[in-house]
Design a binder for this molecule. Structure first.
Ligand code: HGY
Ligand code: MN
Ligand code: MN
Length: 585
């Protein structure tokens, strides 16, 4: 078995020889990385190898890509693959393709090579290293065939680094203490959904309640005392023996968007549970109580309100929301009562400021920044503020065939102008983004001019003044469009959340822990909202982001991450806990 210390002490030829199996037929990569020894950690070695590729010429990068075999291609059929590729393709059952699958893959290989001039590369051992299914491989192949060439070169290189990471783990006998468990628990929780297809877990539905019970079981089994509070937060406490100990809180949300991903929110709950499991097994206590909260609702899918769970914890829960109704006319109050909760006790969920040391949240980035930089982790500087509205446009429904174009009050045409207005206005400042995520003509017919149209607005920015100015301009723009088109309009503000800066004293502790893993510290803004922005009203907050695969996609079933990145995030959070320094006055 090769060790990191061997690699740190052997000469360049031996170094390249030991690592020759990592990057297919490309010894130049370890040869160039050798000069950066000693590597403090395996992570540092991985980053150095990846850095060699990033700084290589495009020709060298294309040469590396072209050194890889096609999936289930001619070389595989002829038995000419390297030992590593043979075992990897077998792990995904690519050596057992049906004739139809072989035909499909043969066509995909031909089309992909024809379009890009290099083979399709995919780490077929996948996010957990246990192997992707043939169906997933073929679906990824077909999806990426539609990409631009430059994007595919970048993605092929990322896949090659993932292949090398898995091979390096095998070479060094690396076993991940937390990652596989976190990934498996994510699959476990995803079995409960409001919909037959895809993961939807809206507030207080049956799937939501099953999920809360499963989370409570996981927390209890890991050694925590567990309660489910009046809004459905699942709260696990890993108690300290220290007299007068205060509490450091972590967690995230377990509700999801419609047809969402398995890691959004849930990673931030499952990861600390895996850490507590290990601390408990070791009998290791912390000098503070460690509280893991599965917040019951953050996405606002069922009742359009957001941060219900974290707002209850900070004492900011708006009790009038109990009268909010869902699409079926069910009030939040009834949904809570049906789930066995007593809404009247919600105010007692609030924590006392003086009892809390801080709040840390681990979350997937939900964007492409870490992915494109080849970084597994990032430290969040601030969480963008957001304004959300529901807009109703009322024109005049009339005959599509007989109404002259100059005599229409077309609500959908007005909405179309508004969508483009939002896109244009929100392209005018850094970190400012605007989205019309919902757009509908209620009861529309093909041959009727839309008399009504409903749309949503989601405007965000790191700077509140920038966001508010954009909202004002957009509202003025809507007024002008509707006046010109003789459309009545009404805007209902459903979310107004100020930007939340993270606490430098806590950010720096995450940054130091990240650096101790052998990574460089990288700070970034969060364009997504998180429970940490609600918790910021109670205590100092900090967030650790993990890299998102598949181009950084999220709020989508394609949301993905690797067991290695989950493991590194857990190692980092555990390191922060062990070295935690409370804020000095
Ligand atoms: O919409 C958001 O930013 C978060 O995912 N709820
Ligand atoms: Mn989300
Ligand atoms: Mn989230």
């Amino acid at each position: 078995m090769t060790t990191l210390s061997d690699l740190n002490t052997c000469d360049q030829a031996a170094f390249a020889d030991r690592l020759r199996g990592l990057y297919e037929h490309s010894p130049w990569i370890p040869e160039r990385a050798w000069s950066q020894r000693p590597f403090a950690t395996v992570t540092a070695l991985k980053q150095a190898l990846q850095g060699v590729v990033s700084s290589a010429t495009l020709d060298e990068q294309l040469g590396l890509i072209r050194a890889h075999p096609e999936l289930a291609g001619k070389a595989a059929i002829a038995g000419e693959l390297t030992a590593e590729s043979t075992s990897e393709q077998a792990k995904s059952g690519l050596n057992l393709c049906s004739p139809e699958e072989f035909t499909t893959l043969h066509k995909l290989n031909a089309d992909y090579n024809e379009k890009f001039g290099f083979p399709f590369i995919l780490a077929v051992k996948g996010p957990t290293g246990q192997g992707l299914t043939r169906e997933t491989v073929i679906a990824s192949f077909a999806r990426r065939l539609k990409n631009q060439r430059s994007d595919e070169i970048a993605e092929c290189l990322r896949q090659i680094h993932r292949i090398a990471e898995i091979r390096l783990n095998e070479l060094l006998g690396v076993s991940l203490a937390f990652g596989p468990q976190i990934m498996q628990w994510s699959e476990d929780l995803a079995q409960w959904s409001d919909d037959a297809d895809g993961l939807t877990c809206a507030y207080m539905t049956e799937a939501h309640r099953h999920t809360s019970v499963r989370l409570a079981d996981m927390m209890r089994a890991s050694g925590m005392s567990v309660t489910i509070d009046a809004v459905g937060n699942v709260v696990g406490r890993y108690l300290s023996d220290a007299p007068g100990a205060k509490t450091l809180i972590t967690g995230s949300h377990y509700d999801t968007v419609r047809n969402g991903g398995k890691y959004d929110g849930r990673l931030g709950i499952l990861l600390p549970i895996a850490i507590v499991q290990q601390l408990h097994e070791r009998g290791e206590k912390l000098p503070f109580h460690f509280e893991v909260i599965g917040f019951a609702e953050e996405e606002g899918v069922r009742f359009r309100s957001t941060f219900l769970g974290s707002n209850a914890v900070t004492g900011q829960f708006n009790m009038s929301l109990l009268d909010a109704v869902d699409a079926d006319g069910v009030t939040m109050r009834k949904a809570l009562l049906d789930a066995g909760h007593d809404p009247a006790t919600i105010p007692f969920v609030a924590r006392k400021r003086e009892d809390v040391l801080g709040f840390v949240e681990v979350h997937i980035e939900q964007g492409p920044v870490l992915l494109e930089r080849g970084l597994p982790l990032g430290v969040v500087t601030a969480i963008a503020g957001s304004s959300r509205f529901l807009i109703e446009l009322t024109g005049l429904a009339s005959h599509a065939g007989t109404t002259p174009m100059t005599m229409r009050k077309d609500a959908a045409a007005a909405a179309a102008e508004i969508v483009l207005l939002v896109e244009k206005r929100c392209s005018q400042a850094d970190s400012l983004v605007g989205t019309v995520g919902q757009l509908a003509v209620p009861g529309g017919s093909v041959n009727v001019i839309p008399g009504a149209c409903k749309l949503s607005l989601d405007i965000r920015a790191a700077d509140d003044a920038v966001r508010k100015a954009a909202v004002e301009d957009i509202m003025d723009g809507i007024a002008a469009i509707c006046k010109r088109r003789q459309i009545e309009w009404h805007a209902e503000r459903i979310v107004e959340a100020s930007a939340a800066p993270c606490a430098p004293w806590l950010m720096d502790q995450f940054g130091a822990a990240v650096e101790r893993t052998g990574l460089q510290r990288f700070d970034l803004l969060s364009g997504a909202g998180h429970d940490a922005m609600a918790m910021a009203s109670l205590t100092g907050v900090a967030m650790l982001f993990t890299r998102c695969g598949n181009g950084g996609i999220s709020h989508n079933p394609l949301e993905t991450m690797t067991a290695d990145d989950a493991d590194l995030a857990a190692v980092t959070l555990l390191d922060l806990l062990r070295n935690f320094t409370p804020k000095t006055a």
